[in-house]
Design a protein around this ligand. Structure first.
Ligand code: 4NP
Length: 154
């Protein structure tokens, strides 16, 4: 059976599409894309249908990641479709808990920072109102977390 992972942030235009792109690239390097379903979503629907923020696309492209997903809000069906739902920060984590339709569904929710090893983050900070360093910092945390996440899934 496929392993399915949903990354979640607020707007689904900065952090979670970057996590999706990085994790997809890491899985791709192992040649096992067919074994995974990888997606991202936001707890806020205000950017529905948009490409990721140009600042994040640019920063990610410089590291070799193509971010071309379209923003969408989290849906209750996501709790059936995905094995793991990974929140970028505490606000996303708490919102997902409020949306979870059952105790079993809530058990699928994790914090991205749980998987950060080298960077020892407690959360993935929102870069939306930050300068370029904010985006680079998010990418550093996500590369660290995605590497460990893939190791743990395998
Ligand atoms: P994200 O960043 O949650 O990492 O996609 C944000 C995107 C949009 C907004 C806030 C954060 N916003 O307020 O519209």
């Amino acid at each position: 059976m496929k392993k399915s992972i949903l990354f979640v942030c607020l707007g689904n235009i900065c952090r979670s599409p970057a996590a999706e792109g990085i994790f997809r690239a890491m899985v791709g390097r192992t040649g096992r894309e067919a074994e995974f379903v990888i997606d991202s979503a936001g707890t806020y629907a205000g950017h529905d249908g948009e490409l990721p923020d140009p600042r994040m696309r640019r920063a990610a492209a410089a590291r070799g990641y193509d971010l071309s997903s379209r923003s969408r809000p989290v849906r209750s069906s996501d709790f059936d479709r995905f094995d793991m739902i990974i929140a970028m920060d505490d606000a996303n984590y708490e919102k997902l808990h409020r949306l979870a339709p059952s105790v079993e569904a809530a058990a699928k929710i994790h914090r991205m920072a749980e998987f950060c090893r080298r960077t020892r983050a407690t959360h993935i900070p929102d870069p939306y109102y930050e300068g370029n360093e904010g985006f680079e910092h998010v990418l550093d945390l996500l590369e660290d977390g995605c590497r460990e996440l893939l190791r743990e899934i395998e």
